[in-house]
Design a protein around this ligand. Sequence first.
Ligand code: CA
Length: 232
Amino acid sequence: MKTKNEPKILIVEDDASVGNLIKTSMMAHDYQYLVAQNGKSALMMVTSHRPDIMLLDLGLPDMDGIEIIRLVRGFSAMPIIVISARDTDSDKIAALDAGADDYLTKPFSVDELMARIRVTQRHLASVQSDTPEKAVFTSGDLAVDYHAGAAVAGKALHLTPSEFKLLCVLCQNAGKVLSYPFLSKTLWGNEWEENIPSLRVFVATLRKKLAAGNCPRIQTHVGVGYQLIETD
Ligand code: CA
């Protein structure tokens, strides 16, 4: 019998050899999986089988993966991990801004894919166990109350309003790569006024403040954005 923490994974991939590689990895880890070889059947399976996580190739015979992300985001918050040969920053940003949670470029390592799925699962578990609008985030020594402030090992963290806003959006999207346009929009309300130098400064000071204890770390994805990596 399947236990609750084994997610059902929808593999959307038209290349048989890549599809088989992913299928084999899913079987080896006892995950349930479904396979769709085009966008139409992928969308059908999302509604009929309600998978927990989607692994999505972007280059599909009938439609573009970005379009699938947009359509799925219209009705579902299910985690979507893109696995694509498209490797430019603008491709990654387009997928993340359309609503993908993570991005893996081909050729990829199976170990890395499994690690990303585990991160997504942990995030899913924490989302499911909380009320819809989770007010408190904790990871290691860090505790963030989205309405009141942040603390490290019980000691209040002194943050400017912008630093606090940045920390909140990173925590609310822990494990997810957040693009520069998305972060700019969150902080300054306008994605076109992308202010990467200011973002860098905020991230640098936040990192210093989080260095005090066993806190999650902020990973840089050069040319793309930032990601909060939770501590074990
Ligand atoms: Ca393909």
